[in-house]
Design a protein around this ligand. Structure first.
Ligand code: SF4
Ligand code: SF4
Ligand code: FES
Length: 236
């Protein structure tokens, strides 16, 4: 059974359950921490490192979405060091693939783009990697554009944890990592995909999109996910 922990976030005294993450405790107290791979209703994997915070007595920056609260913890969510770290993390996501917002289906409805705006990222200091990446348009309704993928794994988790189809996986490592369907088959040949569209709805960028449709409409429906998860839990 979880117990109550008391801690400080940005100087504010807060109480949280012992099994809650720093992110959860912060959100409950209306303290905003930027996130990208986190999505309410899915498990957390700590992939994007945008939610990093400082914890007094710990030299390392901690991912708020995967670090559970502890008694007496003193957490800082905003500082020059954190802003610089998050800015660099966003820049790395941009330069690793081919994010050309002006010609992207998600332009102005992209979470990565919004984060870049928020940290004032208007040029890159890191060299662009420009990898030659494929676009999988084999599915009858959806497209996967690896050029825009930031490997947040929301698609993998929603397909596995909510739809329970487990179509997506991550193959490879580092900059060579790719999201793959059915262990490397074209998405259109997948025998597990139910064409539910959940992965498309939760994708924060223009990597997954519906053929012939603006991406802005699915984005507006994203809060449906916690509801779906609750329904699934009742069914079990
Ligand atoms: S459409 Fe549904 S079943 Fe198919 S890959 Fe996406 S989440 Fe999984
Ligand atoms: S396809 Fe979209 S949801 Fe899936 S890992 Fe890439 S960016 Fe994330
Ligand atoms: S939101 Fe915490 S690491 Fe991505």
């Amino acid at each position: 059974m979880s117990e109550v922990r008391t801690l400080q976030i940005d100087g504010k005294d807060v109480a949280a359950r012992s099994d809650e993450t720093i992110l959860c405790a912060a959100e409950e107290n209306e303290i905003h921490i930027p996130t990208l791979c986190h999505l309410e209703g899915l498990s957390d994997v700590g992939a994007c490192r945008l939610c990093v915070v400082e914890v007094e007595g710990t030299p390392k920056l901690m991912a708020a979405c995967t670090t559970t609260v502890e008694e007496g913890m003193k957490v800082t969510t905003t500082s020059e060091r954190l802003v610089a770290y998050r800015r660099r993390a966003i820049e790395m996501l941009f330069v690793e693939r081919n994010h050309i917002c002006a010609v992207c289906v998600a332009n102005n409805n992209c979470e990565l783009q919004a984060h870049a705006r928020n940290v004032g990222l208007d040029h890159f200091e890191l060299p662009l990697m420009h990898p030659a990446l494929p676009v999988d348009a084999s599915h009858e309704r959806f497209v996967m554009d690896h050029n825009r993928c930031i490997l947040c794994t929301r698609c993998v988790r929603v397909c596995d944890e909510v739809e329970q189809a487990h179509t997506w996986d991550v193959a490879g490592r580092g900059t060579g990592a790719r999201i793959v369907s059915d262990l490397g088959m074209p998405w259109g040949s997948s025998t597990t995909c139910t064409s539910c569209g959940k992965c498309v709805q939760v994708c924060p960028t223009g990597a997954l999109f519906e053929k012939g449709r603006s991406i802005s409409e699915p984005k507006a429906r994203r809060p449906y996910l916690p509801y779906l998860v609750r329904v699934k839990e009742r069914e079990r």
